[in-house]
Design a protein around this ligand. Sequence first.
Ligand code: TRP
Length: 466
Amino acid sequence: MDKEYKPVHGIWTSRWIFILAATGSAVGLGNIWKFPYMTGTYGGGAFVVVYLLCIAIVGIPIMMAEVMIGRRGGLSPIHTMRKLAREAGVSRHWALLGFMGALAGFLILSFYSVVAGWALYYVQEAATGGFTGKSADDIGSIFSGLLQSPWLLLGCHTLFMLLTMLVVAHGVERGLERAVRFLMPSLFVLVLVLLGYSLSSGAFMDGVRFMFHVDFSALTRDALLVALGHAFFTLSLGMGAIMAYGAYMPKEVTDPATGNRKSVSIGSTVLMIAVLDTVIAILMGLVIFPLVFGNGLDPSSGPGLMFVTLPIAFGQMPMGVLFGTLFFVLVVFAALSSSISLGEPVAAWMVENGWSRAKAAVLIGSGAWVLGLATLLSFNLWSEVTFLRGTFFDNIDFLTTSIFLPLGGFLIAVFAGWIMKETQVRKELAMQNFKLYMVWRAVVRIFAPLAVLTIFVHTIHQAFTG
Ligand code: TRP
C-alpha cells in the first residue's frame, strides 16, 4: 500500500497570484532570449506562424490538462501522478511521468542558470557604462570575451544558482509572490520603452517584415519540431512545473461582486497566462530585429543575438545606462521566477518525503550547478567537442526542449484525455461553456497527441533520410 502524502506546500492566496506565478514561470529567457534567436535561425515569419499554431492548438489545451491534473492531485508531480493513477485504477508507473519531468527540469535548470548568468554579467556591464558609445563590433567582442572566460562564467553561473536556491529554500509563497507582483508589470513597461526606441530606430519595418513575412520555403529542416518544443518550453509545459503550481491553485474563491464562493475555472486562467507569454515574446522580437537590421547584424547569429543587439541600443539611447541596467536586472528576475519553477517539482517531492526545503534546495542546486559546468565549457574550452546536434549545450537543449517536453506533454494529454474519469476532469476544469469543453476534450484526446506524434516522426524521418 502506498503511503498517503499530505499536501504541505500551501495554496496561492488567489487566482491572480496563480496567474502571476505561472506567468513568472512562463516568461523568462525563453521569451526574451530564445524566441528571437530561434526565429532568426529557423526562418522568420514562417517560424512565427508555426510557433503560434503550436501555442494555440497544442500548448493551451495541454497547459489546461497539466493545471487540472496538478490541482486535482494537490501534490508534487511525482506523487500527484501516483495518486491519480491509483484513483483511475491504472499502473502506478504513471509516476514515471513525474520522474521524467523532474529530470527534465533539473537538466534545463543546469543550462538555464549559465545563460541567466550572462544577464547577471550584463547588469554590471550596463551599470558601469560598458556599452556607452561603443560600436557594434566592440559590443560583439564584449560578448565573445565573456564566453571565452570560463572563470567569469563560473562566477555568474554560481551566483544565479545561489539566488535560485535561496528562493526555492524559502518556499513558493514567501518571496516569490511579492517579487512577481512587482517584477512582471515592470518588465512589461520596459519592453514597451524598448519597443518605442526600436520604433524610432529607422529599421522597424525591416524587423516587422522579417517576423511577419511568411515564406514557408524559408522554414529550415527542424523548424516544426523546434517550434513545437519551444511552445512547450516557453509555457513551462511538459515537465511538471505547471502541474506543481496547479497543485497550489485554489479550487474556489470568493466572488468580490456577490460574496459567494465560486470555482476557479482553469480555461480562462490558462488563456491569460498563454496570451501574456506570447505577447511578451512577440514584442521582444519586435524590439530586437529592427536593431539587428539597423546595425547590419545577422538575424541568424544564434544565442548571442540579444546580448549583442540590445547593448548597441543601450549604448546609444538617452539614459541608456539606466535603461540598460534596469533591463538586465529584469531579465535576471524574469529568469529567476522561471528557474524556481524548474526546481520546484523536485523540491516539493523531497519535502513530501520528509526533507527540509533548505536541504532539498541545496541538493538540487548543487547537482544542477555541477551539470551546468558542461554547458559553461561548451562556449569555450569544449566548443570544438561536438556530437549529434553540436556542443554539449546544443545537445542538452535539444534533448530537453525538443524531446522530453513534447513527450511529457503527449503523456499528460493522454492521461487527462483517456485515463482519468471524465466526470472528475470536468469538475476539476470547471469550464462553464460545454461546447468549449468538448473542443478541449477532443484536442486533448486526439488532436494534441496526434500532432505531437506526427511532428516527432516527421523530424526523425528527416534526420535519417537527410
Ligand atoms: N518558460 C520559461 C522560459 O520561457 C522556462 C521554464 C521555466 C521552463 N519552467 C519551465 C521550461 C518548465 C520548461 C519547463 O524561459
